[in-house]
Design a protein around this ligand. Structure first.
Ligand code: NAD
Length: 493
């Protein structure tokens, strides 16, 4: 059974909250409306701080500042090596403050400190450095065309990028958005998630301190239907890069129609994780465990549909439940805590309602299934066995620590069943047979496929979705190109 650690969660008083206003044109400004909203510590349910509640008026100021910084050339025309150098300096500052940033992330989001400290912030640094190196390596090509002409392409920044992110990896999503945009020469209007604005605001201050020109990075905290929608509709913003739910992406698509913004979407998933009988079952159990429970199950690519070949089902479940039942929940600031709270009351309620639904639909709850403790939004790591394809817990993104286990027999059926979802973000297969692995990788409709591993991310490897999991890619060269326009120049000779 999971144990709760005794240490009480670190309180707001232990971590200085330095930035809660809007960061616009290099200045810290309260929201024009004067309104604020509370950001909550999900481990204690207590308020951490009041944060400026930006809306259309603040987004307008931010968009004008970003436009000016773009059009004046302050950023796009800066020597590309200098742009890259500022990005390296930002990464260095983040590295120097890794402990305090990790603590702030854990306070605001609830994720265990060992993950913020050892996974999230190091990946932030890595992504910024990766893209810093790209700043002076963006170029077009020469094209042989018919006739007596010299034809070439230029890769130019798309302009002002509106960026809207969710709460599950607040700093990392900020870096995934800022890295390619800044390297390409774009300026930024970012709206962080209302649940977790604090680390993004801190990163804006660090960017100011290392010398980013005013207006290049603007951060306006606030809510989706007000501040978020204002980003999407603003005529001075050229592109919206959004990470979040597919339903929000549908609203954004409609709201952006009048200004025909370039859109990239990183949306949800219900990723199949397929374990064949010939797999290394210990490694697969570890991969299934980590691939679902990482970050409290709040990962877009969580392997939430686990398909196990019938002949090894019993043996595999024994390994998986053993790992799951040992998982340590509790104070996210305790070094040995593996699972913290869900991000807020809404997510907690949604997850608990899916656990009820799983029971009602006749799936067998073989691990967890309850709230953990009596304070904070903790949910026990939960496994449902005997799940069938059409159950809600096999179709809907739960975005919590709830795993659905399904059985399968042989290759013919599994690819069709793996694809039986409107999502297409990630998929994984565990097998020793390279033929099965490559066939699955080719036929599964997903943007990322892991073979005998899970959740392997790298700044250089593109990530994004098929189907309702989004379009466009982040990370790697493709992520950079998503912040550029191609211009064709033809010169008569
Ligand atoms: P969400 O769509 O509710 O919110 C995401 C962001 O959009 C927030 O900042 C929110 O304020 C804003 N928003 C809400 N309504 C808006 C509107 N009308 N106009 C503009 N902005 C609006 O999603 P969430 O619950 O915060 O995040 C969870 C979702 O994010 C899950 O579906 C998850 O899979 C997805 N996600 C995807 C990836 C990926 O890379 N594919 C990564 C992380 C999370």
């Amino acid at each position: 059974k999971s144990e709760k650690s005794e240490a009480s969660p670190t309180s707001a008083a232990d971590i200085p909250i330095q930035h809660t206003d809007c960061f616009i044109d290099g200045q810290w400004l309260p929201a024009a409306s004067g309104k604020t909203f509370a950001t909550i510590n999900p481990a204690t349910e207590q308020e951490i701080a009041q944060v400026a509640e930006g809306d259309a008026a603040d987004i307008d100021l931010a968009a004008k500042a970003a436009r000016r910084a773009f059009d004046s050339g302050d950023w796009p025309k800066m020597d590309a090596r200098d742009r890259g150098r500022l990005m390296y300096q930002l990464a260095d500052r983040i590295e120097a403050e890794i402990d305090s940033l990790a603590a702030l992330e854990t306070l605001d989001n609830g994720k265990p400190i060992r993950e913020s400290r050892n996974v999230d912030v190091p990946l932030v640094i890595d992504v910024l450095r990766y893209y810093a190196g790209y700043a002076d390596k963006i170029h077009g090509s020469t094209i042989p065309i018919r006739g007596n002409y010299f034809c070439y392409t230029r890769r130019e920044p798309v302009g002002v990028a509106g960026q809207i992110i969710p709460w599950n990896f607040p700093m990392l999503m900020t870096a995934w958005k800022w890295g390619p945009a800044l390297a390409a020469g774009c300026t930024i209007v970012m709206k962080p998630a209302e649940q977790t604005p604090l680390t993004c605001l801190r990163m804006a201050q660090l960017a100011k301190e290392v010398g980013f020109p005013d207006g290049v990075i603007n951060v306006v905290p606030g809510f989706g239907p007000t501040a978020g929608a204002a980003v999407v509709k603003h005529p001075l913003i050229d592109k919206v890069a959004f990470t979040g739910e597919h339903r929000t992406a549908q609203v954004i698509t409609r709201d952006s129609a009048d200004t025909l913004k370039r859109l990239t979407f990183e949306l949800g998933g219900k990723s199949p994780n397929v374990v064949y009988a010939d797999a290394d079952l210990d490694a697969a159990a570890q991969g299934a465990y980590m691939g679902l429970y990482l970050n409290q199950g709040q990962c877009c690519c969580a392997g939430s549909r686990l398909f196990v070949e019938s002949s090894v089902h019993e043996e595999f479940m024994e390994k998986l439940t053993k790992l799951t039942n040992r998982r340590k929940l509790g104070d996210p600031f305790a070094d040995d805590t593996e699972q913290g709270p869900q991000v807020d009351q809404n997510q907690f309620d949604k997850i608990m309602s899916y656990i009820d639904k799983g029971r009602q639909e006749g799936a067998e709850c073989v691990s967890g299934g309850q709230r953990f403790g009596d304070r904070g939004y903790f949910v026990e790591p939960t496994i449902f066995d005997s799940v069938t394809d059409e159950m809600a817990i096999a179709q809907d993104e739960i975005f919590g620590p709830v795993l659905s286990v399904l059985k399968f027999d042989g290759s013919d059926e599994i690819i069709e069943r793996a694809n039986r979802t409107f999502y297409g973000l990630a998929a994984a297969i565990w097998t020793q047979d390279v033929r099965k692995a490559h066939e699955f990788a080719a036929r599964v409709r997903a943007g990322t496929v892991w073979v005998n591993c899970y959740d392997v991310f790298d700044a250089a490897a593109p990530f994004g979705g098929f189907k309702m999991s989004g379009y466009g890619r982040e990370l790697g060269e493709e992520g950079l190109k998503a912040y550029t326009e191609s211009k064709t120049v033809t010169v008569a000779l």
